[in-house]
Design a protein around this ligand. Sequence first.
Ligand SMILES: Nc1ncnc2c1ncn2[C@@H]1O[C@H](COP(=O)(O)OP(=O)(O)OP(=O)(O)O)[C@@H](O)[C@H]1O
Length: 242
Amino acid sequence: MIYILGSIGAGKTSLTKVLSEDMQAPAYYEDVEGNGMIANMLQKFYGAGVESRKRTGAMLQIAFLTFRYQQLKKAVTQENAIMDSSLESDFVMASQLHKHGEIDDVDFNVYVTLSQEMQSNVNGSPWNGFPDLAVYLKIDPDHEIDEIQSRGRDMEDIREKPELVDYYRRVNTAYRDWAKGYTRSSMITIDRDRYDFMHSAADRASVLDQIETKLVDLGKLSPQAFDALQAQHADGPISKFA
Ligand SMILES: Nc1ncnc2c1ncn2[C@@H]1O[C@H](COP(=O)(O)OP(=O)(O)OP(=O)(O)O)[C@@H](O)[C@H]1O
């Protein structure tokens, strides 16, 4: 299993798409628009800044947890399944809400217990329930805000809600801190300020090489399969994303 992690708008969904198409591997997405339960919760969560986060933060995390668990149960049975969000990324989000007093201690305790229970239910499955590789998309906070604005979701818009800037910066910091202490699997960091894997074919090939080289090191991709992918990058089928 491969987890893609990074702060809001870092490009997790895009990278998941690029990598899964390149490797012909199964992909699991957040699917904000397609999942009514999550979409409705997010509208409430973003609705009125700190107040709405306090009111709905804990229940939003339970909603994400439920959805993620449904995905994880399936993903653990597949080789190199790629997840653009995970129990791991949710934990980063839930922890920063707790740290800032938007989820109280009692609710956070329920959340952590439930999350651990879900994790333990998939441990022991074919690929042990934890990822083989975490890919961290590290992005500068100002660049991140540009990306969030340019995707144009009303609920995330800082022109409507300038106070969201603080929230975005806080999440960015939470991911940086998380990356410093992460030990549950191998991890590589992709510099999102340097590589634009959506618009540059050369950057895309470079990012894919970094990830796939690591998968070879981990024994999750054979050298022969890697060679074939390298040739594929040179031929350019992945340029269709440009
Ligand atoms: N556990 C969580 N707690 C709170 N908000 C979350 C959580 N997981 C996701 N979200 C929010 O849900 C929305 C998810 O949208 P989506 O996955 O399309 O984007 P993203 O997480 O910003 O990733 P990407 O890097 O692909 O842009 C974002 O606003 C994100 O902040």
